[in-house]
Ligand binder design. Sequence first.
Ligand code: FES
Length: 95
Amino acid sequence: MAFTVKLPQFGIEIDVPRGMTVLEAALDEDLDYPFFCRGGTCGKCKSRLVSGSVDMKPYAGFVLTEAERESGLILACRALPLSDCEIVALDDENL
Ligand code: FES
């Protein structure tokens, strides 16, 4: 089973199989999605969850605060879709 994740910055929708993170699926599609550590410790993949829901694998709390999480921000390298989603990466220009 997979969920469809819309990535409007890239003009694409990708299928993210259950258990795969958004970042892993984006990189499998050869997208230039921002990342560095892949482990929830750098914040480079911080993104806005525009719609849908995700489960988050463990990450460093200082990278994504509770307030940021509640405002709809996620880490793509930790995000496991629980539904179809739309996600926008916060690159340096958008921070
Ligand atoms: S790539 Fe470092 S927190 Fe996601």
